[in-house]
Ligand binder design. Structure first.
Ligand SMILES: *Cc1c(COP(=O)(O)O)cnc(C)c1O
Length: 465
């Protein structure tokens, strides 16, 4: 058999891939029919595929390659660590230098007294940990009945049984989740789709107060925690109205329930702050971290925990929970090097003061396009809503996502990775994207929007439903 390498013809790679590789979040029949795009290399913000195409990755992989591709320092950190100590565990009173160094660094970077880290291999696992952590915490406080976790519809908290049960994405429901009892979902603060005649500010308050109503209905002494992403990512980059988070914070304070901020996307500079919680001025007891923590160069996730919760758990005897790869030394070494680069190269400040505002202005200018309703953007995560009628914020008559998918296809053809969530187009580029590269991103996005617009008019799809 031939050696499988970058030199193999694309079609052969695709055939082997479809025959033996089951893909996440993909239609297997489509893969077999059309074949997957084979990515062979990447540098900075640019991917190369097996046909030699150069593609601007406006999604930073899956929202994670914050420092961009091709940083040798991270490869060197991994190689050094693998040679020195490729693996040891952190169970049963053992530890190692990379996990100590990373934990101390994270405690320094995280807001307030979020000084403690429980490691996982991914964001999903970290949210599984959070379920056990908050229930164990209230048990230790002598309140075992406080075990309900409130989450939101159209939230994404990962794909494990725990993460999937916490999440509220309709496409995942009835595929084996939700299965964890004691999780209650309230509505999301998506003004464009669900705000009706209300102003965004009125709507934000109303949606936040659903949390209070749920606490009263379920019983204040039964609710353990509320979990939410500061800005919903996979749900379509939904930026909540300005009134939303202050009211959520008020309610969490008033009823004494734990606030879990899922910072898997928002963390590590994506919003122009180190954490989305700082952007919104909220005070979580626990933050979920992953993705940008290592810029995706090695798998790692975790829960950052405040002093009081950590001390309570530490005083309560063994916490019988952990993963073989909790605090994996190679991942920790890679994450540390990634944080060093983010900090020393002032990447977060650049997003806040230079490239973020530049992208915001260009991104919002897309609303002059006949098919673009609102534009949402915070730091380096943005969305636009596609609509056949801006004033009424109407949806297309065609199945949700038909137009979005057509647009994504045009983007790929034009050398741009831009994802669609239903009929919203979303971006989350590497934080190191330059102004010139932002210009290219916007040019390609506009060209793709134009082509999609022409195509759907021809196909009779520019019609409100
Ligand atoms: C991606 C994501 C997760 C899951 O992280 P994985 O590393 O894919 O398990 C959890 N929460 C949010 C907000 C995410 O975006």
């Amino acid at each position: 058999m031939n050696v499988i390498s970058n030199h193999m013809p694309t079609a052969d790679l695709q055939t082997l891939d479809a025959a033996h590789h089951m893909h996440p979040f993909s239609d297997g029949a489509d893969l077999a029919r059309v074949g997957a795009r084979v990515i062979t290399g990447a540098n900075g913000v640019t991917l190369t595929d097996s046909e030699g195409h150069k593609i601007l990755d406006a999604m930073a992989g899956l929202w994670c390659v914050n420092i961009g591709y091709g940083r040798d320092e991270l490869a060197d950190a991994a190689a050094r660590q693998m040679k020195e100590l490729p693996y040891y565990n952190t169970f049963f009173q053992t530890t190692h230098v990379p996990v100590i160094a990373l934990s101390a660094k994270l405690a320094e970077l995280a807001p307030r007294d979020l000084n403690h880290v429980f490691y996982a291999g991914s964001g999903s696992e970290a949210n599984d940990t959070n379920i056990r952590l908050v229930r164990h915490y209230w048990m230790a406080k002598g309140q075992p009945d406080r075990n309900i976790i409130i989450s939101r519809k159209n939230a994404y908290h990962g794909s494990t049984l725990g993460g999937g049960s916490l999440g509220g994405m309709s496409g995942m429901q009835n595929q084996g989740v939700p299965v964890i009892p004691g999780i209650h979902h309230i509505d999301q603060p998506d003004w464009w789709s669900e705000g009706g005649d209300k102003t965004p500010e009125e709507f934000g308050l109303e949606r936040a107060r659903q949390l209070e109503a749920a606490i009263k209905e379920l019983g204040a002494d039964r609710v353990a925690a509320f979990i939410a992403e500061p800005v919903q990512g996979a749900g379509g980059v939904i930026v909540p109205p300005s009134t939303y988070w202050p009211e959520i914070q008020r309610i969490c304070d008033e009823y004494g329930i734990l606030l879990i901020a899922d910072e898997v996307i928002c963390g590590f500079g994506r919003t122009g702050h180190w954490f989305g919680s700082e952007y919104y001025g909220i005070r979580p007891h626990i933050m979920t971290i992953a993705k940008g923590l290592s810029s995706g160069y090695a798998p790692i996730g975790g829960s950052m925990v405040c002093d009081e919760v950590a001390h309570t758990i530490n005083e309560a005897g063994d916490f019988n929970h952990g993963y073989t790869y909790s605090g994996h030394p190679v991942s920790c070494a890679v994450a540390l090097e990634n944080l060093r680069i983010l900090q020393e190269e002032k990447i977060v400040e650049t997003v806040a003061n230079e490239t973020g505002p530049y992208l915001k202005e260009k991104w919002e200018s897309l609303t002059d396009h006949p098919m673009v309703g609102e534009a949402n953007i915070v730091g380096m995560m943005g969305s636009i809503a596609l609509t056949p009628h801006k004033e009424s914020r109407a949806k297309f008559a065609a199945d949700t996502g038909t137009v979005g998918l057509a647009c994504r296809t045009r983007c790929f053809a034009n050398g741009l990775v831009m994802r669609h969530v239903g009929d919203r187009m979303i971006i989350s580029p590497p934080l190191v994207i330059s102004k010139a590269e932002i210009d290219t991103l916007i040019e390609r996005a506009r060209l793709s929007l134009d082509e999609t617009y022409e195509q759907i008019k021809t196909d009779g799809l520019f019609v409100a439903g």
